[in-house]
Design a protein around this ligand. Structure first.
Ligand code: HEC
Ligand code: HEC
Length: 389
């Protein structure tokens, strides 16, 4: 927040789902919110807001740096991809931004001022430096020149310093070691990287698995992805699923056409423009994916309703939503397409629902094509029970 409380700065990504490919589909952004009016201020677009990004219709809040050589680590990856946190100095002049998919920290002018001494004058970026793996939090020192960033995957802190000759990392301290098995640890690093040419094309904007599955959840968006040999109609976006309990919910994809996780990851990496992962790297990603679980359910339920819901569910729904994960692993006709029965683990937190994202509420999702009709009271009881799955 600005020192005078007038503005709020928000680090986030902006996604563009209507593209024919995933090039420049996700862009890093800092939005400035005017707290008096509640409006998002659109900073002026940089003069040479480059072609692809302009064609992509990204609003001017987007911090595009991917084709900018000086912020591009000499072609070894984009400067910024998915900002995770931002702090403003006490003078309201500089924004320090940590980016958790490109392992970088950038300092940019809060007013997007141009200056020839900047690394990227057009975008108001003073400089970008590499820090440790997956920086998620950033804090500023009292001198307004130094920031500390927490590199979550390295269990370390980097000290970044704004100096007159540029932005540099002046200290790095590691305070713990990962206790994860080596394969899970490596898979996790691959999952969070938008600059790893094995999984993406950094020079085309770059994106990571976590760009669409933040922390293994869903981004709530419907993407134009390759649907392979499935019966899913072309042109319809595919809803991003949460990646929970995957060790127990094969096969994969809404069409159920991919038998195992290495096959799915290969299918996805191809679309992301990556060079590809070898057999061992695919196993590492699989090992990581298998650790993802839904958050513990937080909603207390009215016991009577929920137990009535449980009985109704067993009678009406469990022929398809069977077993502990509430899926039979088979496809059924939904409208005109064959869809793999989704697991309902953690279903309260995975909306919007259904393969095309067409159910905006859980109540609508329960009434999907192919499900038996329930009365309003029965629907409410089943929903109360499902909220705790
Ligand atoms: C552009 C957004 C996007 C990106 C990037 C992305 N996914 Fe997905 N993911 C989706 C969508 C949409 C689906 C549904 C696809 C389908 O049904 O064909 C999906 C489905 C999945 C599934 C199947 C889940 C199930 O229960 O059937 C897995 C596993 C998965 N993604 C893992 C990954 C991994 C690993 C990466 C990185 C290599 C990745 N995803 C990158 C959007 C994305
Ligand atoms: C004939 C098999 C079948 C029966 C019976 C069935 N479902 Fe489903 N369910 C599916 C399939 C297939 C989908 C995916 C449909 C789609 O995406 O178009 C689905 C999707 C859902 C979803 C959305 C999940 C998500 O992640 O998007 C919910 C919630 C759901 N079902 C609840 C129920 C309830 C409650 C009942 C009983 C009243 C029920 N289902 C009965 C097969 C079935």
């Amino acid at each position: 927040m600005a020192p005078d409380g007038s503005r709020l700065y928000v680090a986030h990504v902006q996604s563009r789902t209507q593209a024919g490919s995933l090039a420049f589909a996700v862009a890093p952004a800092i939005s400035t919110v005017d707290l008096a009016s509640g409006e998002t201020l659109q900073e002026p677009a940089p003069p040479d807001f480059f072609e692809e990004a302009a064609a992509a219709d990204f609003p001017a809040t987007v911090l595009v740096t991917s084709t900018d050589d000086r912020c591009n680590f000499n072609g070894r990856g984009t400067g910024m991809d998915a900002p995770s946190s931002v702090v403003l100095d006490a003078f309201g002049e500089w924004l320090f931004v940590a980016d958790h998919n490109s392992n970088a920290v950038a300092v940019l002018s809060a007013t997007r001022r141009n200056d020839d001494r900047f690394e990227s004058p057009e975008r108001g970026i003073y400089g970008v430096v590499r820090v440790g793996a997956r920086p998620t939090g950033i804090a500023l020192a009292g001198d307004n020149r130094r920031a500390w960033v927490h590199n979550a995957l390295d269990y370390s802190v980097s000290q970044v310093e704004l100096k007159s000759m540029g932005l540099t990392v002046t200290r790095e301290s590691t305070f713990a070691a990962s206790e994860l098995p080596a394969d899970v640890e490596n898979g996790r690093r691959i999952f969070y990287s938008a600059v790893d040419p094995r999984v993406t094309r950094p020079e085309l904007g770059g994106l990571s698995c976590s760009s669409c599955h933040p922390d293994g959840r869903t981004d709530g968006l419907q993407w134009q992805l390759n649907r392979g040999s499935s019966s899913l109609p072309e042109g319809e976006g595919l809803n991003t699923p949460a990646l929970w309990n995957l060790d127990r919910t094969a096969p994969y994809a809404w069409s159920g056409s991919l038998a195992d996780l290495p096959a799915f990851t290969t299918h996805m990496v191809g679309q992301m423009g990556g060079d590809g992962l070898d057999r061992w790297e695919l196993e590492d990603v699989t090992a990581y994916l298998k650790t993802l679980r839904p958050p513990a359910s937080q909603r207390p339920v009215v016991a009577v309703e929920a137990s009535e819901g449980e009985q109704l569910f067993a009678a009406q729904c469990s022929s398809c939503h069977a077993g502990t994960q509430l899926t039979d692993g088979l496809t059924h006709l939904s409208g005109s397409a064959l869809i793999d029965t989704p697991s309902l683990a953690g279903v309260a937190g995975t909306g919007p629902w259904l393969h095309d994202g067409s159910a905006r509420t859980l109540r609508d999702a329960i009434r999907h094509p192919g499900a038996p009709r329930l009365s309003a009271a029965e629907g409410a009881a089943v929903q109360a029970w499902l909220l705790n799955r």
